[in-house]
Design a protein around this ligand. Structure first.
Ligand SMILES: Nc1ncnc2c1ncn2[C@@H]1O[C@H](COP(=O)(O)OP(=O)(O)O)[C@@H](O)[C@H]1O
Ligand SMILES: [Mg+2]
Length: 324
């Protein structure tokens, strides 16, 4: 649907998060939607102020092992935060591109453009739901990894540098990481302040946790940047299986209060991505929805977003052109 740019009047179809702002001009007044065809138009109307009011919590969902529920956790945590009213950005840093596929969005531009070409993150982020924007990834990220490896310096800080202050539009930035020790993951970790570690309840995954802890220590030592563990999240939990119960006990012994309540094994969680939905949209009463709601509670400390009259948001109803 065409909209008129608030600044220059140009008619265009909004596709990116920066192109829409919902702002109240005075306290108590109903928020009004404004549209901007270019970043320069947005800056002309709102200045940098609208970008500079907040500091997002940046949480990487990390485990070097594949299939531990990272992407499922990243998507449902981000969707749950957005549903609670928090402005949320979900960044896919895995070349498999599962985030976009699971939410039914194919960004015209991806994290590759942010990293390698220096495109502004706001021009790449796509609004997918109310208050939820996504920076997608695809196979081109493999080329970004090679490009990073060729850099002489700061190869693990490119994401931080490129993101600059753009995360200040958000209250949460969630990073879905690849199952590897890649430079991309190091970039995600230097940018993040916290990690959430999903661990599937079997022996091999516990080995994965040890590797993650070692990586965090290495990052701290080499880069002088410490990353806080927001939590360790047991996934694929089935209370009928003895190994799973034992794994949970082992994790509790290691991580104590950092251990979150487990996510139960649930086919609804596995089905939701093929319907391009979060678990809350697909089956809000399922055990998976209940479990991920608890994760959101834990991360937010059960807070809801404060109702602010000057908050920007992506509108619920917007249908970005790039959604498949
Ligand atoms: N709690 C769960 N119960 C059942 N299936 C799950 C659960 N969590 C994730 N899955 C499914 O398991 C597979 C791997 O999960 P995924 O989140 O993609 O892991 P990762 O990103 O760590 O590789 C996916 O098909 C996903 O839908
Ligand atoms: Mg994944």
């Amino acid at each position: 649907m065409y909209e008129a740019c608030t600044t220059c009047g140009e008619r265009f179809i909004p596709q990116y998060a920066y192109q829409v702002a919902t702002l109240a001009s005075a306290p108590g007044e109903a928020p009004r939607r404004q549209f901007f065809c270019q970043l320069s138009c947005r800056r002309a109307a709102l200045g940098e102020v609208s970008h500079a009011v907040r500091r997002a919590r940046r949480i990487a969902i990390l485990n070097q092992k594949g299939g531990t529920g990272k992407t499922t956790t990243a998507i449902n945590l981000a969707a749950g935060l957005a549903e609670r009213g928090f402005e949320t950005l979900l960044i896919d840093t895995d070349a498999q591109g599962n985030v976009g596929a699971s939410l039914g969005v194919k960004g015209e531009r991806s994290l590759y453009h942010v990293l390698v070409e220096g495109t502004e993150p706001a021009e790449v982020a796509v609004p997918v739901r109310g208050r939820l924007d996504v920076i997608t990834a695809d196979a081109t990220l493999a080329a970004a990894e090679v490009w990073l490896a060729r850099r002489d310096q700061d190869r693990d800080r490119v994401l931080s540098q490129r993101m600059g202050i753009s995360h200040r539009r958000y209250q949460y930035v969630i990073l879905d990481c690849a199952p590897s020790l890649s430079l991309l993951n190091q970039n995600a970790l230097t940018y993040a302040e916290e990690v959430l570690i999903p661990v599937s309840c079997d022996y091999l995954s516990l080995v994965g946790v040890k590797q993650v802890l070692k990586t965090l220590k290495d990052i701290e030592r080499h880069l002088g940047h410490s990353v806080r563990i927001a939590g360790v999240l047991p996934t694929f939990f089935d209370s009928r299986i003895r190994l799973a119960r034992e794994a949970l006990e082992t994790l509790r012994g290691h991580f104590r209060e950092k251990l979150l309540e487990p996510i139960r094994r649930s086919t609804r969680l596995a089905e939701a991505p093929s319907h391009r939905q979060s678990i809350f949209e697909y089956d809000g009463d399922s055990p998976g929805a209940e479990d991920y709601r608890r994760v959101v509670d834990r991360i937010t400390g059960k807070e809801s977003a404060p109702l602010s009259t000057s908050r920007e948001s992506s509108p619920q109803t917007m249908e970005p052109a790039s959604i498949e």
